[in-house]
Design a protein around this ligand. Structure first.
Ligand code: FNR
Length: 374
């Protein structure tokens, strides 16, 4: 379920057979502290492992003798069409991995017409990334403990033309990222994105979405322990953007989201970085789909690496599937060309998995194509 045993490190994106091939190259290229930031889960990394193991609980039930010579992999979210059900999940500080950071990711997402979500803690601003993507992107919000800061960020995303605000709900406490802390200790390399070796949080050269916003009294980290349903209501009052809650992992919260007039749910455990000893998102998905009953769109991320992983989630009822670390491996390994190849691989695998299942469009997938074994 992890990277199949590999041989030599690949030296160009084209040589990658699967997305895992980029990880060791990224590990070689980026400073250990930055690789640690990318790789880390929390504590014993139980949730991180569960994300991959969860897929083994589901088996595909393919149907035969359907003509799948022409298939349509596109999806529509809030009225916008994307060529693939695979989207780019928001990740902070992409210059840790390559100087072109989120701009490289945007150009790669543009090449395959993928939805891109941009992190609050990006190194390029929402305007710069929207321009590079050549189309509106979704803005992920870490609602700062200070409402004025959250409001200023929302205003910025609104002004950049973002149609959707993705509010991250699963970072309310400090994080024990042991893999990161251990790799930081071994990090003696110089790095263009680091200007203060004593503080990891201060290591990014640019934190553009915060530019010009008064941050006095704010730690600047992603934590917001005072985030509540009331905060989300206040957001609704100050923006016309659709609101998607990221980090919902129980049917109870999914029901509350619907009751509170939320527009969509991103089922996520932050790639195993929310809390440890949680369950995988593919495990949680069926209950959430059952609770939501089609009233609002549900999308999912955390642990997706293969086309068959994506098809399982789409069959259960998710409308799109996000990836985080795989595109960061591509970015750290080869910059834009690496991200582009990662997206191409996941896209190609997803298309093939759909064809093998005998479906011609994402809409034709339904729970009958997947069986839960545990
Ligand atoms: C993240 N993630 C994240 N989420 C978010 O809402 N805002 C953020 O700034 C970040 N930053 C971030 C950095 C890094 C290095 C990682 C690995 C992840 C979580 C991300 O959006 C997504 O939920 C997970 O990455 C999905 O899991 P996989 O694909 O990495 O297993």
């Amino acid at each position: 379920i992890w990277a199949p045993a590999g041989g030599e490190l690949i030296d160009k994106p084209k040589d990658a057979i699967n997305v895992f091939d980029f990880e060791p190259v990224a590990r070689k290229n980026v400073p250990p502290a930055h690789f640690g930031y990318m790789a880390s889960g929390l504590d014993d990394e139980v949730t991180l492992r569960a994300n991959r193991e969860g897929f083994l609980k589901f088996q595909l039930l393919p149907r035969r003798l359907n003509d799948v010579s022409k298939i349509d992999t596109s999806v529509e979210l809030f009225g916008t069409k994307y060529d693939s059900p695979i989207f780019v999940s928001p990740t902070g500080g992409n210059q840790f991995f390559h100087p072109d950071g989120e701009v490289a990711v945007a150009k790669a997402a543009r090449a395959g017409n993928h939805l891109q979500m941009l992190s609050t803690s990006s190194n390029y601003s929402v305007d710069e990334v929207t321009k590079a993507r050549g189309a509106p992107i979704w803005f992920q919000l870490y609602a700062s403990p200070q409402w004025e800061v959250a409001q200023a960020l929302i205003k910025r995303a609104d002004a950049a033309g973002c149609p959707v605000l993705v509010v991250t709900t699963d970072r309310v406490a400090g994080r024990n990222q042991e893999t990161l802390f251990r790799l930081m200790r071994t990090d003696t390399r110089e790095c263009s994105a680091c200007h203060d070796r004593s503080s990891f949080a201060a290591r990014s050269v640019r934190r553009h979405n915060y530019d010009g916003i008064d941050l006095s009294g704010v730690t600047g980290s992603g934590e917001s322990s005072n985030l509540s349903w009331d905060t989300v209501k206040r957001m609704r009052d100050v923006t016309r953007m659709k609101i998607v809650l990221k980090g919902i992992i129980t049917p109870m919260d999914a029901e509350l989201a619907v009751q509170n007039g939320i527009d969509g749910i991103l089922v996520s455990n932050h790639g195993g970085r929310g809390e440890d000893n949680g369950r995988s998102t593919i495990d949680a998905l069926p209950e959430i789909i059952a609770a939501v009953k089609g009233r609002i769109p549900v999308i999912v991320d955390s642990g997706f690496r293969r086309g068959t992983d994506a098809v399982k989630a789409l069959a259960i009822g998710a409308q799109a599937v996000g990836i985080g670390r795989p595109y960061l491996w591509g970015l750290g390994a080869f910059g834009e060309a690496g991200v582009e190849r990662v997206l191409e691989i996941v896209r190609t695998e997803t298309r093939a998995a759909m064809q093998q299942c005998g479906v011609r469009s994402v809409k034709e997938l339904n729970p009958g194509f997947v069986r839960r074994t545990a």
